[in-house]
Design a protein around this ligand. Structure first.
Ligand SMILES: [Mn+2]
Length: 316
């Protein structure tokens, strides 16, 4: 197991690590942990992310130099694409990457494309962080604090603090191990969940005033408009956790947050409880994700999109 990855790491020196646009805790924690793992092996890793690290993940030990907007030029002995179910979700310059080195795709999305030369896709893993831990373990890569806190955060956030159905015994086992390397669960939780700027809550008030429920209060939907961002002096990253928040309503099976990207274009985030498969619904609109957490982008007015979503969610 992981023999091909071992060959690539052992035989190479210069590596590129990347993930999906709008990176979440698993994406960032996975990239940074692999950076520190390769750094510890005296290799030369580089990390590229299309988008900036959201403020709640700024506490994580990160590479001294991070590449944003466009991947750096040059060729690599291996290009690790982490937590990214669709190749295009790497963002700018992703097509070019195929000519820059062998792609190693490590992911846990059920809808993951096999776009790599090596594809390690395990949809039973809680997170990409969990798969990476298994790789470090198999390759006997020593765990440092920098690796541990990034891995812990990847698993902790992707399981919704061990609340989502992807929470498995490995998630607990690995996180427990990471505490042995100095990770403080209280510190991580405080940094990720209790470190928001006040503006976020002013925005939340606006967003909650748009809340609607359908189908006997089993579907909850809220909207974030550019106008709200403007009024509250906030941006996209301030909405992290909003969709999970409205999912807390009793009886709600599907929670939806519609975020205005540009005129008549909305990013849809969906979360579900239990068996309702929102990846299937988002797939129908050209997106993807997991059974209980998925997303897509839909063009249209707010009313048109609400109607299309209600139809997709209620058709037998
Ligand atoms: Mn993930």
């Amino acid at each position: 197991m992981f023999r091909k990855i071992k060959q690539i790491i052992d035989g190479g020196n210069k590596f590129l690590i990347t993930t999906h646009i709008d990176p979440d805790g698993d994406a960032i924690g996975s990239c940074f942990s692999l950076y520190w793992a390769l750094d510890g092996l005296q290799k030369n890793p580089f990390v590229y992310m299309r988008d900036r690290v959201p403020y709640m993940y700024e506490f994580l030990p990160k590479p001294t130099q991070l590449f944003y907007n466009e991947p750096p030029d040059g060729t690599y002995d291996g290009i690790f694409i982490l937590d990214c179910g669709n190749f295009f979700r790497v963002g700018n310059g992703h097509e070019r990457l195929k000519s820059q080195g062998p792609i190693i795709n490590i992911d846990h999305h059920a809808t993951s494309e096999k776009f790599g030369i090596i594809n390690i896709i395990n949809q039973n893993s809680s997170s990409t962080g969990e798969i990476l831990y298994n790789i470090y373990d198999a390759l006997m890569i020593p765990i440092s604090y920098n690796i541990a806190v990034n891995l812990y955060t990847a698993i902790f956030t992707d399981t919704g603090s061990f609340r989502y159905p992807n929470t498995n015994s490995e998630a607990f086992l690995i996180c427990e191990k990471m505490t042995k390397f100095g990770v403080s669960p209280a510190h991580v939780a405080q940094m990720v969940y209790e470190n928001h700027p006040k503006e976020r809550f002013v925005l939340l008030g606006e967003v909650l005033s748009s809340l609607e429920t359908y189908e006997n209060d089993t579907i909850a939907l809220a909207v974030v408009t550019k106008e709200m961002f403007h009024k509250t002096n906030t941006a996209k990253e301030y909405t992290e956790g909003f969709v999970e928040f409205i999912k807390e309503i009793r009886g709600v099976n599907v929670a939806i947050l519609m975020k205005e990207l540009s005129d008549n274009q909305y990013k849809i985030s969906m979360r579900s409880k239990g068996d309702t498969d929102v990846a299937l619904i988002c797939n129908h609109f050209g997106g993807g994700g997991h059974r209980n957490a998925a997303g897509c982008t839909i063009n249209g007015s707010i009313i048109q999109i609400k109607d299309r979503l209600k139809e997709a969610l209620t058709k037998p």
